[in-house]
Design a protein around this ligand. Structure first.
Ligand SMILES: [Zn+2]
Length: 303
């Protein structure tokens, strides 16, 4: 309502000035623009970082979040910036259906424009507890990669990186193991339950008879809650950005998933039976990317 009223007043003022005064005489504070170079209204808007929000037979309005420019498009019409008179528009040209104004307006308007206030970005404060479970360990090596290293080693390396990234986000992180120890599956789930974890993430790497199979897989229990599935999908979406093939989210009753009361997912990072993926999973910088993707998926789920 206030805006509409303001607009009407300005239009009357613009028209009145145009009708009553010669084009050479601007209002107090305004300057006459006389520059042979011209720009179309759309070019002017582009040069000023404004958009054309209104265009009528008498005026145009250009806007961004901090500025409103009104230009009365007849000889002697006024240019208003944020309701203040800035200049007379000078000569108006029309070509190809487009209105052209003096290029000098660009610098004149720009120098008087308000800087757009920076967008307020509120840092999301994350809270919650994540239990990160590095699969296997100790006497249980898990799968053996085609390059000879064990799954338990990669699982721990990636789990540590994920844990560290989540801690940096302010989350409480508990690792079921932080070294090469054997822990019963039941105990892993019990740890998550003891801490009432907001998410239990078990990290594994896959193996298959055919060495050509590649890609990561997310697992949730067959009776998984909506939260578990949401977490799995968020992590899968994020992990797909690393370039690994995605097998999506599958259902399987792994014991660690079945015995965890809260949301629980299991990640198979990729296939150790595939030469390319075995090399990638062993590579520390790829592990960083993978861990970052997993952590991003987790924070998206918890955010
Ligand atoms: Zn495993």
């Amino acid at each position: 309502m206030r805006n509409q009223l303001g607009l009407t007043i300005l239009m009357i003022a613009g028209a009145a000035i145009a009708g009553c005064q010669p084009s050479a005489a601007g209002p107090p504070g305004g300057q006459l623009i006389s520059d042979k170079q011209t720009v179309s209204i759309y070019e002017l808007a582009g040069l000023l970082g404004l958009r054309v929000s209104e265009s009528t037979s008498t005026h145009v309005t250009l806007k961004n979040s901090a500025n409103t420019v009104m230009i009365f498009t007849f000889t002697g019409g006024q240019v208003y910036l944020n309701t203040k008179s800035l200049a007379t528009v000078g000569r108006i040209g029309r070509s190809g259906g487009k209105i052209h104004v003096s290029k000098a307006l660009v610098s004149q308007i720009r120098s008087a424009m308000q800087t757009a206030p920076p967008a307020i970005v509120r840092p999301r404060s994350l809270s919650g507890c994540v239990v990160v479970d590095a699969g296997h360990g100790g006497r249980d090596p898990g799968a053996t990669s085609c390059l000879g290293f064990y799954e338990k080693t990669v699982n721990l390396q990636v789990a540590r990186k994920v844990a560290s990234l989540l801690r940096q986000k302010g989350l409480k992180v508990v690792m079921t193991r932080d070294n090469d120890t054997f822990i019963e599956l039941q105990e892993r789930a019990a740890i998550a339950n003891r801490y009432s974890a907001d998410l239990f993430v078990s990290i594994h790497a896959d193996s298959f008879a055919s060495s050509s199979r590649r890609g990561f897989t997310m697992y949730v229990a067959r009776s998984a809650s909506w939260s578990s599935r949401r977490a799995a999908n968020a992590i899968a979406r994020s992990m797909a950005k690393t370039g690994l093939n995605s097998w999506g989210t599958r259902k399987a009753d792994f014991r660690v998933l079945v015995h965890t009361r809260g949301p629980a997912v299991l990640i198979e990072l990729g296939y150790l039976s595939n030469y390319t993926e075995a090399r990638l999973l062993r590579d520390s910088s790829f592990q960083n990317r993978l861990a970052q993707a997993i952590a991003n998926g987790i924070t998206e789920f918890l955010g």
